[in-house]
Design a protein around this ligand. Sequence first.
Ligand SMILES: Nc1ncnc2c1ncn2[C@@H]1O[C@H](COP(=O)(O)OP(=O)(O)OP(=O)(O)O)[C@@H](O)[C@H]1O
Length: 455
Amino acid sequence: MNITDLSNLLHTVWTELIETVRHTLATNELAQGGLLIGLLSAAAMSARALPGQLLSRLDRRFTVTLDIQGDDPAFPWLAAWLAAQPVGRHLRHLGVVTRFNEHMGGHNVAIGTDRDGDEITARLVPLSGAALLRFRGHWMLAYPQRTERQGVNHKALGFTHSLTFRMLAGARPIIAELLREAYDFTAGRSDGRVEIYVPEYQNWKLVERRAARPLDSLIYADGLLDNLHTDLDSFFGDREWYAQMGIPYRRGYLLHGPPGNGKSSLVSALAGAFGLNVCVLNLATPDLSDDRLTALLSELPRRALLLLEDIDAVFLGREPRTPGVKLSFNGLLNALDGVAAGEGGRVTFMTTNDLAGLDSALIRPGRADRHVLIGNGTQGQVAGMLRRFWPDWTKAEAGELAARVPEGTLSMARLQEYLLERRADGARVRRDWGELAGVTLATVPCPTRLRLLIG
Ligand SMILES: Nc1ncnc2c1ncn2[C@@H]1O[C@H](COP(=O)(O)OP(=O)(O)OP(=O)(O)O)[C@@H](O)[C@H]1O
């Protein structure tokens, strides 16, 4: 290579370098942010000479700071939102969140599927750094921060996280929009799953996040499902009317009938159909006191309906069934009346196998507006279940078998169990049918309620 070639090469490299820097500054928000942050830092350094009071007065007058602590529900919304912004993607210090909690739905990393076919997902959230971004026409500086907590003798207690947004004072009105957008981006997104919560002392703990059970996988007496669906639908559409009438915006349903006919499954499937989650509470929970129940019912997670299972389990009439019950009957009524009826409305389902054992005050309109009997299978339901297992059977074939089961004597759970055992052999079902039809088996033990609820 001669001297001219070398000089041409150097010229080309230099021109390309200059062009790249110019292009980066013109198009890349991170680079702009870096430049601006650099300028701001330099300004801050040189401003040291200014009296501190004057500086902070200027700061207070012209800027707005939004701080979100790591334990606030809004933190994961904003952190995940920030990480997903074009400029946020350049933040280099990230954390992974795999634990689902009520404040964070959705995901931005799909890892795979587990053995049950459920997706394993995670969210990436920024932990430190700084990003300059533009939102609704306003510039903001975002600083995620992570601080080590220390206990006695400098014992490390993990980290606390926070997120700070700084913007010019004129940008204040966009704060609400920022929160809304971050919420919609994360927790507000429905991915068709139902979250199941159970009490953990005075709080609700998320225990399962499952694909919603399709409503058409459940078979009820004619019209029952449509009726309930329509009722709920009109309740959710009637918010204004409730407000105008001054009536608390809540609706209660009492599902009663023998075990194993789909009371819990119905609640779970309806929750899925309306994009709701389910908080399951059994009044027989040990140590459930009036205060604890009140705290639980007034702090239901977002978009959750309340399922009070087996409300007959604790009181016979108004009296405790067993000694040592901490909950009082009046405490239960008060807690139910205090169920916070937020903007989205509050829906409570109670289930019982023993309607006669309930005090009328517990199930009066206002606490349980609709009483729905979910009885043992009708012949139509039995035929429907047979055709779900063997869709190629004709209505007449299934109907002929169903007609041999006395109406209302067989629980749907028992029927399901019987068919499950023989699912590989429809001919065997036809052969053995008399064995099932001849026995009146209305009760089937339900060992793990929660599994059945979400199954
Ligand atoms: N009507 C139905 N249609 C289809 N499957 C049903 C129906 N009823 C019950 N099952 C099946 O039976 C099982 C038990 O149902 P579920 O727990 O919902 O009944 P339950 O009435 O709530 O019983 P319990 O009163 O004991 O809680 C579920 O796995 C469900 O699939």
